[in-house]
Design a protein around this ligand. Structure first.
Ligand code: SF4
Ligand code: SF4
Length: 512
């Protein structure tokens, strides 16, 4: 028997004056107009789309959503204009993806292509952060932080400004096209396109100096690729946030499926507390039931929670793939509860376990600290710690060595053996540097750098410009006899002439 259906009648139902009312309440389905699902093989893959007219709502969660929206979109649109002084030879943009020079700048951090393991670390952190959020509060990412949600929310707000709130918009949509309706619709699409265009415009500013690119875009001197990307992103933003909206969450995004597989029964989800709400009855019906000592739930079946939902979900039907956990139905229901003088949070972030506990007279329990949340938190702390340590101790100089594949060695006319290597030296500092190159592991070997005749004693000198890398070809000649089939480990070391820590790379010297 479903929740709230076990109503004890004082007399046989058909004899009681409220029999019809009680039967109505007892039979009230959890979802209005509920129809049992057809067998699996008869279910369509896609339901016909019903246009959603989300109603304006105020309340705690709406305020949180506004705050998150302003902060996240504010960061996105303004961040390219934040300046960061790195000295005369480096860009002054705080966040910049510099493809031509193959650098990523993030405030005081500069990532080179050789350091892409930082990106791996960031991806692990992002995944673990998402898993942790999911383990604590379900799809809270979807409800507050997901770009699709943020821009859809903005577009729906524009729609309410121009076409009116739910009721007005519904009425207008049911009427023939008039000049007023046309003007409102045109204004809406114009504003949507402006937001979409600015969104695409902001994106390209992350790839070049923002003030310069804005000037070049305005004077039509920017590279063609910038206009192409702005056009593409304008189109995708306008389509995804203006037209497709909840369809992206329900049909296109993989996260709801992954999230459903990752969640557990302790994760807080937006939950209709059916132990309180059922059986649903309007105020009038509830008063009549109470008068005769019969139970009635707190839900007055006003459907406000459904009308404000941006994805059109009736949360009273239980967990739903379309529910993005935005909490707006909580605000709507709280306002209703306040009006009818009943306790708030008939819909709340809660768990089914707590509903069962309350039904059994136990106090609800909230287990945020569980093995999986601890595991995710530990991974986040460990990866952040490793990345911070690597960043704090990273050196400005680095060397990579690659042995020539063919030939492995050359025998010279005097009988000595020579191996050749490509040696890449990285100078990540903003000053030019000269390095002394040396090797260990092969006594009395000669070192030559092709194209360079500068030496410090027997060691070649190699200069590398500020924030640059330089590849040189190095010849190593062994003066001593090497045993047949030799593969001798050697270490290349570069040390800055001006002082500082030397760095090394290992390779081998091959014999016949
Ligand atoms: S807003 Fe609250 S009272 Fe109204 S239908 Fe939804 S759950 Fe019931
Ligand atoms: S059911 Fe409630 S929490 Fe879920 S998407 Fe709709 S309004 Fe948001």
């Amino acid at each position: 028997m479903g929740p709230g259906r076990d109503i004890a009648l004082p007399m046989r139902p058909e004899q009681h004056p409220l029999a019809a009312l009680v039967d109505d309440a007892a039979r009230a389905p959890l979802v209005p107009n509920f129809e049992p699902d057809p067998p699996d093989d008869e279910q369509p893959l896609y339901l016909p789309r019903k246009k959603i007219y989300p109603q304006r709502v105020t309340g705690t969660y709406r305020r949180v959503k506004w705050a998150v929206l302003f902060v996240t979109l504010g960061i996105y649109y303004l961040l390219p204009f934040v300046r960061w002084d790195r000295g005369p030879n480096a860009p002054a943009q705080a966040v910049l993806i510099d493809f031509p020079n193959r650098r990523f700048y993030f405030f005081f951090i500069e990532i080179w292509p050789q350091e892409f393991y930082y990106l791996t670390g960031l991806l692990i952190l992002a995944a673990m952060g998402l898993f942790l959020m999911n383990a604590v509060a379900g799809r809270v990412w979807c409800g507050y932080l997901c770009p699709q949600t943020a821009w859809t929310d903005l577009f729906q707000t524009i729609e309410r400004w121009t076409e009116g709130d739910r009721r007005e918009h519904l009425q207008r949509d049911g009427q023939p096209w008039t000049l007023d309706r046309l003007a409102r619709s045109a204004t809406k699409h114009f504003l949507w396109l402006m937001v979409a265009w600015w969104t695409g415009g902001a994106w390209v500013l992350y790839f070049s100096d923002a003030p310069t690119l804005v000037r070049d875009l305005a004077t039509f001197q920017a590279p063609l690729i910038a206009y192409v990307f702005i056009g593409l992103l304008t189109f995708t933003t306008y389509t995804l946030a203006g037209w497709m909206r909840e369809q992206v969450c329900v049909y296109m995004c993989p996260w709801p499926r992954i999230q459903a597989a990752l969640t557990d029964e302790y994760a807080l989800n937006v939950t209709y507390r059916y132990d309180r709400g059922e059986p649903r009855a309007s105020l009038k019906k509830a008063a009549a039931l109470h008068e005769h000592g019969l139970p009635a739930g707190d839900c007055i079946d006003c459907l406000q929670c459904v009308h404000v939902c941006p994805t059109g979900v009736d949360i009273r039907g239980g967990p739903n793939l379309g529910c993005i956990q935005c909490g707006l139905c909580i605000d709507a229901c709280d306002a209703v509860m306040e009006k009818v003088g009943r306790p708030a949070r008939l819909i709340a972030y809660d768990t089914d376990i707590n509903i069962k506990r309350r039904q059994q007279g136990q106090t609800p329990s909230y287990s945020i600290i569980r093995p999986r949340t601890v595991l995710y938190a530990v991974i986040i702390v460990v990866v952040s710690g490793l990345m911070s340590y690597a960043l704090a101790t990273r050196r400005n100089d680095a060397v990579d060595v690659l042995h020539d594949r063919n030939p492995l060695f050359v025998r010279l006319s005097d009988g000595s053996l020579r191996n050749a290597y490509a040696v890449r030296i990285l100078n990540k500092s903003l000053k030019g540097k000269t390095f002394v190159l040396s090797i260990t592991g092969l006594p009395d070997a000669d070192l030559d750098v092709i194209g360079s005749s500068r030496f410090s004693g027997a060691h070649p000198l190699i200069s590398v410009g500020p924030d640059q890398s330089r590849e040189v070809r190095v010849l190593v000649t062994a003066r001593e006899q090497t045993p047949p089939g030799a593969s001798i480990p050697i270490i290349f070391t570069i040390a800055p002439v001006s002082g500082g820590t030397a760095v090394s790379a290992a390779d081998h010297f091959f014999g016949p």
